[in-house]
Design a protein around this ligand. Structure first.
Ligand code: SF4
Length: 304
């Protein structure tokens, strides 16, 4: 794995100069992507520093916004390739029709389920995946989420990945947020932030990034390190039954770290235009090209 992860020795100032921005906008200060005194951190130490900086800046994110473990699972399926707003609309439809439960999905015929989840997009596929999951749960665990989540993490992860329509991000979301398993969720924001900070190469696999986070955060969780920060922007979810579920300190840390990364990805680390000058990670080494376009203006806090 070592050759896939870099230290940040190529850190440089990010030019957010006039050449890359509209003339009408004022020049922003250049973002200094370097630690004080030229200090360089190993990737795992840098990820721990990311966690501390972000949790200090934004506080608890209260993931996942759901009233039950099954609702987390439904949300994990529905959120594939769509925005959370669309998922919320589909969840509201299911709830209103009293179908947001194992029994509800089990007893709903496929065309009706498709209608109910239509707003989440790819509704035929997603309705079928929900039916498939309930079928798997019934056959394998007698319809019991408790029995399913009592399985060892590697075994259950392999089983979930074997189901049609479940990739690693969905499997880990189910494991972590519905089951409290210590499995870190890697998404596109995670990869983008790591690549920009020289912590992962584009060819790094999902599991290599997942394992990097897992080994990096373990010492923090075992040291009982939690940072009660205050959210500077309105991007955290309200506490929910699912976010208050009992989980191990490490699972809670994975929970928070993923939520914080999503916050950074949505509010600062945009694909085309990173807002480094407003981001709490701006002080860390980065590998953005010196001509990377920079944006001005206030980052808009948005909910997933
Ligand atoms: S926006 Fe933040 S996370 Fe993205 S490259 Fe800039 S400092 Fe890093």
């Amino acid at each position: 794995m070592e050759q896939l992860f870099n230290t940040g020795r190529d850190c440089r100032s990010l030019s957010l100069g006039a050449s890359s921005t509209p003339e009408s906008q004022p020049a922003a200060p250049a973002t200094q992507c370097a630690l004080p005194n030229g200090l360089q951190l190993e990737p795992d130490a840098q990820l721990r520093a990311f966690y501390l900086a972000l949790s200090r800046a934004f506080g608890p994110q209260h993931w996942w916004p759901a009233r039950s473990r099954f609702e987390v699972i439904v949300g994990a399926f529905l959120t594939q390739n769509t925005s959370w707003n669309n998922v919320e609309r589909a969840l509201a439809q299911l709830r209103q029709a009293r179908r947001l439960s194992l029994q509800g999905i089990r007893q709903t015929d496929l065309p009706s389920l498709e209608r109910l989840v239509r707003s989440a997009g790819y509704y035929r596929q997603k309705a079928q995946r929900l039916k498939d999951f309930v079928g798997y749960l019934d056959r394998r665990y007698g319809g019991s989420l408790a029995r399913m989540f009592a399985q060892p993490t590697p075994k259950l992860r392999t089983e979930l990945l074997g189901l049609k329509g479940i990739g690693p991000e969905t499997a880990d979301s189910i494991l972590l947020y519905a089951g409290g398993h210590e499995s870190f969720v890697v998404d596109a924001y995670t990869r983008r932030i790591l690549e920009r900070h020289g912590l992962a190469q584009p060819q790094a696999s999902y599991d290599e990034i997942r394992l990097l986070f897992q080994s990096a955060l373990a010492p923090l969780a075992h040291a009982g390190s939690t940072e009660p920060g205050h959210s500077a922007i309105d991007a955290a979810h309200a506490p929910s039954r699912a976010s208050r579920m009992r989980r191990s300190p490490l699972a809670q840390m994975f929970n928070e770290m993923h939520g914080l990364i999503v916050l950074v990805g949505k509010n600062f680390c945009w694909k085309a235009v990173p807002h480094c000058h407003e981001c709490p990670l701006a002080g860390f080494p980065c590998r953005l090209p010196s001509d990377a376009p920079g944006a001005r203006g206030k980052a808009q806090a948005r909910r997933i």
